[in-house]
Ligand binder design. Structure first.
Ligand SMILES: [Zn+2]
Ligand SMILES: [Zn+2]
Length: 270
């Protein structure tokens, strides 16, 4: 049986395999198992049934999403600059989406916060062959669908002003991307932002596992705080939400609130 790519029908995680026996994301405590058993979608099936869209959410910042929703339904971000940076990936990219990225200048640097943000990162590597594919060392075990060219430890400067920071917590190998020129923090799942349908944020929280409401420990929250306190930003972007109304002060206040009480998940109203 030849090697090919399969998406988990439950979470969308891609594996390069003959016939995946299970999904490492769904088997993990942070996700739920599929109620009716495993189902893995061959790439051709996903390609035939999905399309997507691209939206410039701020000047030079593009969001790529897949329709209908696949798996965790994350967003692939593209920072357009001299040497485009893609961070996180959509669950699948149609040919039109890939052509749009091509028209915007392709991808020079590819990275993601952790496995929940990987999406179809393998497609972006296959199409654009970026010189840098950067993933934190402790997340390497999840990267079999693509090839990491730049594993890193605590910090990695991708380009002047664009720096990855290992923050752990939600996932051992979780990293955030600080975009100093855009004053943005691509925070992975450090934060969950609840938003109104019109996009305004109304609550912020941090979790080890969203589905099961498992909280982070104080040491994990403190590590988040130590990592982001020195960073200048006035917007946060998770793999799922763009929150231009949440800056450093709000993010730090949410962590301080968690540190001031016993560990427990609380959606802090904004
Ligand atoms: Zn899965
Ligand atoms: Zn996650």
């Amino acid at each position: 049986m030849p090697l090919s790519h399969f998406a988990c029908a439950n979470c969308g995680f891609w594996q390069h395999h003959f016939a995946p026996p299970d999904c490492p994301v769904c088997s993990d405590v942070r996700n739920d198992l599929p109620p009716d058993g495993w189902r893995f979608l061959p790439e051709a099936e996903v390609a035939a049934s999905h399309e997507g869209e691209a939206c410039e959410v701020a000047p030079g910042l593009w969001a790529f999403t897949t329709r209908p929703a696949l798996g965790l339904a994350g967003t692939g971000w593209l920072i357009v600059r001299d040497g485009n940076i893609a961070f996180e990936a959509a669950p699948y990219y149609s040919e039109a989406m890939l052509a749009q990225i091509e028209a915007l200048g392709g991808i020079a640097i590819l990275s993601s916060s952790h496995a929940h943000g990987y999406g179809a990162l393998f497609q972006l590597q296959r199409r654009f062959d970026p010189a840098v594919v950067a993933i934190q060392r402790d997340d390497l075990r999840m990267t079999k669908a693509f090839r990491v060219t730049r594993p890193f430890d605590d910090m990695l400067e991708l380009a002047p002003g664009y720096t990855l920071h290992h923050v752990g917590g939600h996932y051992e190998g979780q990293a955030c991307l600080h975009d100093l020129p855009g004053k943005r923090l691509f925070c992975g799942d450090m934060f969950k932002i609840d938003q109104h349908p019109d996009g305004r944020s109304h609550a912020i929280s941090s979790h080890k596992a969203f589905h099961k409401d498992i909280p982070l420990t104080h040491a994990e929250l403190r590590r988040y705080r130590d990592a982001i306190a020195p960073l200048e930003f006035d917007a946060v972007l998770t793999p799922f939400e763009y929150a231009p109304d949440i800056g450093r002060a709000t993010a730090l206040a949410a962590l301080d609130d968690g540190l001031a009480r016993a560990p427990g998940v609380k959606r802090l109203p904004l």
